[in-house]
Design a protein around this ligand. Structure first.
Ligand SMILES: NC(=O)c1ccc[n+]([C@@H]2O[C@H](COP(=O)([O-])OP(=O)(O)OC[C@H]3O[C@@H](n4cnc5c(N)ncnc54)[C@H](O)[C@@H]3O)[C@@H](O)[C@H]2O)c1
Length: 343
């Protein structure tokens, strides 16, 4: 089933991955409805399409059932990406549960009510917790280590139930770590690659939490968006879960070294205290994706980093304001829930 010339909803479409998915869907002449509350997303991520009549932005919270029901009505496909992030889940588990778990149930119900043709749930490799088998296949003994991971897994289970019950044909995409243009560097949203890039571009060494041996399987963001579309188009993928990853394990220390090398900084990384609940090893198995689609993401970490560095050079003005938003533990400014006080 082709996703072209259709009406497509992207929840979280103003966010990092969501906005790349919006780019792809608009390029295929779809009318795109972005549902986003702009808590972490931004209009800047969609600015290339400011004058595109095919893009409609609905500012709504996925916890508000009536609002989203109205926004999804008349649509053909739904890509559900809206979520609250992993680091917020350390301090504010309730909101993360409400958005990621209950919000997903709301979007599923609204999609059924709107009789959409197909639904994609964007999950996360964090449902696995630290890898005990590598590479991690889709069928795995899940041991999420954060409320974020557990809430994303709940979203997977709800999606499976809706599919099995025959309420909506659905597929689950489980991206591993993404990087690329528009990635967050600020506060509790800040991710490792953009922070390293900004530090190194300004002549400062990258700062690593722990010893840097923790690993991730990084995918360049445009490829993740592409594979999400291909999965939802594929009949064989319905009812299934797919890792979207390269199947390549890279340590955080290696990322720091590569970024320094590509930018030309000759300073060793600084080591900081390890973070609570940091997953130590994530490394996905892309075999199932390859079997079904005959392809997996191809952009190497070196090439992807080059493109990402070029984007940050062009679009982010590096000054003290940028560094102020990147304070090491600025996520601590979000007050913790009462039961976490003093822990
Ligand atoms: N970035 C990664 O490396 C990565 C890896 C695996 C999975 N994922 C998944 O990809 C999806 C997108 O993540 P991202 O990295 O682009 O994050 P992001 O924070 O950039 O995007 C999330 C979007 O959801 C919106 N949102 C949050 N709460 C909302 C609410 N209550 N109602 C409506 N909109 C709301 C935000 O404003 C934002 O635009 C998420 O489902 C995430 O779990 C991301």
């Amino acid at each position: 089933m082709d996703i072209t010339n259709s009406r497509v909803v992207v929840t979280g479409g103003a966010g990092f991955i969501g906005s790349h998915l919006v780019d792809k869907l608009l390029a295929r002449n779809n009318e795109v409805i972005v549902i986003d509350n702009f808590s972490t997303g931004s209009y800047r991520n969609l600015e290339d399409h400011n004058t595109n009549p095919l893009l409609h932005v609905v500012v709504a919270d996925i916890r508000e059932e009536a609002e989203i029901l109205k926004a999804i009505k008349g649509s053909d496909f739904v890509f559900h990406l809206a979520c609250q992030n992993v680091r917020l889940s350390l301090r504010q588990p309730t909101i993360v549960h409400e958005v990621n778990a209950t919000g997903t149930l709301n979007i599923l119900k609204a999609s059924v009510a709107a009789k959409v043709k197909r639904f994609l749930y964007c999950s996360s490799s964090e449902v696995n917790g630290t890898a005990r088998i590598v590479p991690m296949p889709e069928e795995y003994h899940y041991r999420p280590e954060t409320i974020y991971g557990a809430s994303k897994l709940t979203g997977e289970y709800y999606t499976q139930v809706f599919h099995r019950a025959g309420w909506i044909p659905a597929v689950i995409a489980r991206p591993h770590n993404n990087y690329g243009p528009r990635e967050h560097y600020e506060g509790d949203k800040g991710e490792v690659i953009p922070r390293f890039i900004l530090w190194v571009l300004s002549g400062k060494p990258p700062m690593i939490y722990g010893d840097g041996t923790q690993t991730r399987d990084f995918t360049y963001v445009t490829e993740t968006a592409d594979f999400m579309v291909r999965l939802l188009e594929c009949d064989e993928a319905l009812g299934e879960t797919y890792n979207i990853c390269r199947g390549e394990e890279v340590s955080i220390l290696r990322i720091a070294e590569l970024i320094s090398e590509l930018i030309g900084l000759d300073k060793p990384p600084l080591r900081l205290k390890g973070r609570p609940s940091d997953v130590l090893r994530l490394y996905g198995d892309a075999t199932k994706l390859d079997r079904t689609l005959g392809a997996i993401p191809q952009i190497s970490i070196r090439d992807g980093l080059k493109k990402t560095i070029a984007w940050f050079r062009e679009y982010v003005t590096i000054d003290e304001t940028v560094f102020a938003t990147m304070q090491n533990e600025s996520w601590k400014s979000v007050p913790p829930e009462f039961f976490l006080e003093g822990l």
